[in-house]
Design a protein around this ligand. Structure first.
Ligand SMILES: [Fe+2]
Length: 468
């Protein structure tokens, strides 16, 4: 509670400012219209040396945070190219024998694949799942062999539990422009311990023939952050890479080769929808671009998954889905509507805390609203305030090549609490089973400045008299 008190005061002051203007804020901050200029291929040379690993990134390798998938790429597939060596960092206060550290080194062997896309052949993509890790522990890991070794580190989360503090970064629609670089720079203190990535990674498909070299440069761009903390990804439309006109009819081919996850650990049949538990949070990832109608695999999985959530163990229930359900921007307006109709009542009944989306290249936060009373004859199509409803965050403002989405609907609808056409990122600091602090940071501000901020009251642990 001591930590909580430290942040309550400045936030209360901020909330006082924001809530007085109830009914929604369209930020007066006007970002200068300028194109998002992509960093050229030459910005990201491969690291020097013979068969040196590159594009190193991490994601959670099991359901509860005791495994980590390490991914990397090598130009050649030599003996040892697919091996990750790792060891626990031993606190000097508990061990003075340096040989203990050396003896603790272990190896994990990865899978290796390569894919072709039009006229491009990928390097060798290695994915090794390190299992049986200790909670709340820092590990050093190395990929490569002989003189080509590169060394990184990561820290595992605390054991799943209701009152373990944990901080997530939230990023979406990043791409690889100079604006993307600002976003990652502003996040990469790093402010969080893991990143929830709301989809649309490289934007390779915005280039002729889906230039796959852009997937490589994106991997290099992300490495300084993603090699040190896991990213939990949702797939966006820019991951589809469906291009039958150039002989590439298999959706998600590059993405699924490069960004695997442990979907089977959550009973899913597809890496496009899955869940992980991390500290106090249960994260459900859905796919806007896979079938979700009644009887489909994703529908049936989500139906069961919501029953599997144990809010006594993980009080924070967060859903990530690329296409937003509550978005008052003219760009992609109502694209998420059919999925909202399918699942919104489930989210309300399950008291989902937050829904994180991207897709729209601006920032928006909703009120707690629902629109679940509508049927085809009653005409009840207006969202209403609902204390059991999630807050919907649209965070597609990572800074990609397509630029900012600066055309909001007018007037601002009642469900929209705050919206602004600026690039940025967000941070969710979960403090205990009842409170979290959410902040959104626009790139133009200094790092400590939060342009939008509020205390998130957990929906499951909300007392009845606290419901508004
Ligand atoms: Fe998108």
């Amino acid at each position: 509670m001591k930590n909580l008190n430290l942040f309550i005061l400045p936030v209360v002051v901020f909330l006082t400012i924001t809530t007085v203007i109830n009914g929604g804020i369209t930020s007066e901050y006007v970002r200068q219209a300028q194109p998002s200029v992509e960093m050229p291929l030459e910005t990201f040379p491969s690291p020097p040396g013979y068969n040196v690993p590159e594009q190193v990134h991490l994601t959670q390798g099991d359901h509860d945070g005791r495994a980590m998938i390490v991914s990397w790429v090598t130009p050649l597939n030599l003996a040892g190219s697919n091996v990750v060596t790792y060891w626990m960092v031993v606190n000097s206060s508990t061990s003075t024998n340096s040989s203990d550290v050396k003896m603790a080194k272990k190896k994990a062997h990865g899978s290796t694949s390569s894919y072709r896309f039009y006229d491009y052949t990928s390097g060798y993509l290695h994915h090794a799942n390190i299992k049986g890790l200790e909670y709340n522990t820092t590990y050093i890991y190395e990929v490569g062999s002989d003189q080509s070794v590169r060394q990184f580190n990561f820290t595992t989360p605390p054991a799943v539990g209701p009152d373990v503090p944990y901080t997530f970064g939230i990023i979406g629609d990043l791409g690889q422009t100079y604006a993307s670089n600002e976003t990652l720079y502003h996040y990469s203190n790093p402010k969080g311990q893991a990143v929830l990535f709301a989809g649309d990674l490289s934007y390779a498909d915005d280039h002729p023939n889906h230039d796959q070299r852009k997937w490589d440069t994106f991997g290099k761009f992300l490495e300084p952050c993603a090699a040190y903390q896991p990213f939990i990804y949702a797939a966006g439309n820019h991951e589809i890479d469906f291009a039958p006109e150039i002989g590439e009819p298999h959706p998600f081919k590059p993405y699924m080769h490069r960004y695997p996850n442990a979907y089977k650990a959550s009973g899913s049949i597809s890496p496009l929808w899955y869940s992980v538990r991390r500290g106090p949070a249960h994260i459900i990832v859905l796919s806007s671009y896979s079938a979700y109608g009644k009887y489909t695999p994703q529908y049936l999985w989500l139906q069961q998954e919501l029953k599997n959530v144990n809010r006594e163990e993980t009080p924070w229930l967060i859903v990530m889905v690329h296409s937003p359900w509550y978005n008052s921007n003219n760009y992609h307006f109502m694209e998420g509507e059919s999925m909202r109709i399918m699942f919104e009542s489930w989210f309300v009944n399950s008291k989902v805390d937050l829904v994180l989306s991207g897709h729209v290249h601006a920032y928006e936060r909703s009120e707690r609203v629902s629109n679940i009373k509508y049927n085809i004859t009653n005409g009840l199509s207006t969202p209403v305030k609902d204390p059991n409803a999630p807050i919907y965050i649209t965070i597609g403002d990572g800074g990609n090549i397509e630029g900012i989405a600066n055309s909001f609907t007018d007037p601002q609808p009642s469900y929209s609490a705050y919206r602004e056409a600026s690039f940025g990122h967000a941070v969710l600091e979960i403090h205990n089973r009842t409170h979290a602090l959410y902040t959104w940071h626009r790139n133009q501000d200094n790092e400590p400045v939060a342009a939008d901020s509020f205390i998130v009251r957990n929906r499951y642990n909300l007392l009845d008299d606290e419901r508004i």
